[in-house]
Design a protein around this ligand. Structure first.
Ligand code: AMP
Length: 283
């Protein structure tokens, strides 16, 4: 694996290599890699000649400065995992490389309602920050395929929207969420959970599973309400538990029995914010 820090060096290497765009797979990450990230690398490895991963903890997408400061970093382990999964290139840019004009000069992207609901509502500015960094990374890497995790369901929709807004020639490939044996969605932030919090954390998955298993045609509000209540009683501070159309993320309060759905949750355990979602198809 070759590690590049400077965008210009990575660009010259890619130009000289002449791998077709369509055969280049890209996985942007914030590091502290786990098997969920590696599943994206493995899928990209199977589908491309060239696999590029980036690690960059993007300051503009953290609406809470403490969350940014405490974001875990395990770079040596990350490099080992990427080597083992046959990643070709690791891109490790600095803040200056991504934001040469400084982080305060923010371009605005018209993301529509997606930006105002769920994560957008509870993390103002978050998706604008995500779009800033991914736009810049796509300009540098120019991949044919972008691999994203369903774990960040709304982010996948936002980035599809960004790519269509900008007319970028990159296909988005959404990969399934990898989970711990007890159901907790793998996440870099799980590293910050203490033993007790780690045990409690699995309740998010169970709350979503209960919704998925019990949803019926008609009013769905009781299901989401009782999920919120169960999580609060377990010690979470709940941002949201909702059911939405999986194609548009329009939040629903009743179900017609056929529309494909997604149920999504975000909640804090002390100062650690966890998110998860499950798709629901009519049976
Ligand atoms: P992050 O480093 O958290 O920004 O994540 C980088 C990419 O890995 C994003 O596309 C995430 O959705 C994806 N990802 C994170 N956790 C998981 C997981 N448990 N399973 C699959 N993909 C994941």
């Amino acid at each position: 694996m070759i590690i590049f820090k400077r965008p210009a060096d990575l660009r010259s290497y890619l130009l000289a290599k002449e791998t077709p765009r369509q055969a280049t797979g890209f996985i942007p990450t914030m590091g502290a890699l786990h098997s969920g990230h590696i599943s994206l690398i493995t899928k990209a490895r199977n589908e491309n000649q060239l696999v590029i991963c980036s690690i960059f903890v993007n300051p503009t997408q953290f609406n809470d400065p403490k969350d940014f400061e405490k974001y875990p970093s395990t770079i040596e382990n990350d490099i080992c995992l990427l080597e083992q999964s046959a990643c070709d290139i690791l891109f490790l840019p600095s803040v200056m490389d991504i934001y040469p004009n400084g982080i305060d000069i923010i371009r605005q992207y018209d993301l529509g309602p997606l930006e105002r609901i769920l994560e957008g509502q509870f993390r103002p500015g978050h998706f604008q920050g995500v779009c800033q960094v991914v736009n810049r990374l796509l300009e540098i890497v120019m991949p044919g395929k972008l691999y994203l995790g369903q774990k960040d369901f709304q982010q996948c929709m936002v980035l599809k929207k960004l790519i269509s807004l900008l007319g970028i020639d990159t296909e988005v490939i959404v990969c399934p969420t990898l989970r711990e044996p007890d159901g907790l969605a793998m996440s870099s932030r799980n590293l910050r959970l203490n033993q007790t919090e780690r045990k409690t954390a699995t309740a998010i998955y169970h709350a979503l599973l209960t919704i998925k298993d019990n949803i019926k045609l008609g009013d769905t509000r009781l299901l989401t309400q009782s999920a919120r209540q169960n999580l609060s009683e377990a010690g979470f501070k709940v941002d949201y538990v909702e059911i939405a159309k999986s194609e548009t993320l329009e939040i629903l309060q009743s179900w017609d029995g056929t529309t494909p759905l997604v149920t999504l949750a975000a909640a804090y355990l002390n100062d650690i914010r966890l998110i998860d979602n499950l798709l629901i198809q009519a049976s």
